[in-house]
Design a protein around this ligand. Sequence first.
Ligand code: ADP
Length: 169
Amino acid sequence: MVQTMPKLLTGVYPGTFDPVTNGHLDIIKRGARIVDRLVIAVAVNAGKEPLLSLEERLRLLQKEIAQMTSAEHIEVVPLDTLLIEFCRNQRASVILRGLRAVSDFDYEFQMAGMNARLDPQIETIFLMASERQQFISSRFVKEIARLGGDIRGFVPASVVESLSQQFGR
Ligand code: ADP
């Protein structure tokens, strides 16, 4: 029998998380069961002009992750370089992404393809969105909150509070 040293698998879950939703948290919990160490890479800008500051997006993620049983295997880190570069620095061999409807597919397919060309050693793994969370998006959460709607079914209480402050309620 061949004896090998156990290899610790690090995964990176990149996103804007503006704000973190129950959909993201579901992917984080499930992802943490697959890899030994999960690094949540919070994109500083992503060309999306985020509503929440980087500090607030990091704070909300950290608060929610602290309550997870797998918290000690999860880190939250700002992402301000090329993703592949970030993965190499973190010694990660897996990029984790969530897939909702077909509409996500095109963008995710292209991104995975480009990243594979940049570094074929780093594999992108997709987790299908859970049935209950698949319609949740940060974009609609912000839109509903801006118009004073109830977002409690989509995001944790800390995010509800943060967005109501943001929109001056
Ligand atoms: P990005 O700006 O990189 O798309 P997001 O924060 O919007 O960042 O999303 C990060 C990742 O999480 C993406 O792979 C996205 O498809 C996934 N995701 C977003 N919402 C959900 C959800 N409700 N269920 C599962 N995956 C999701």
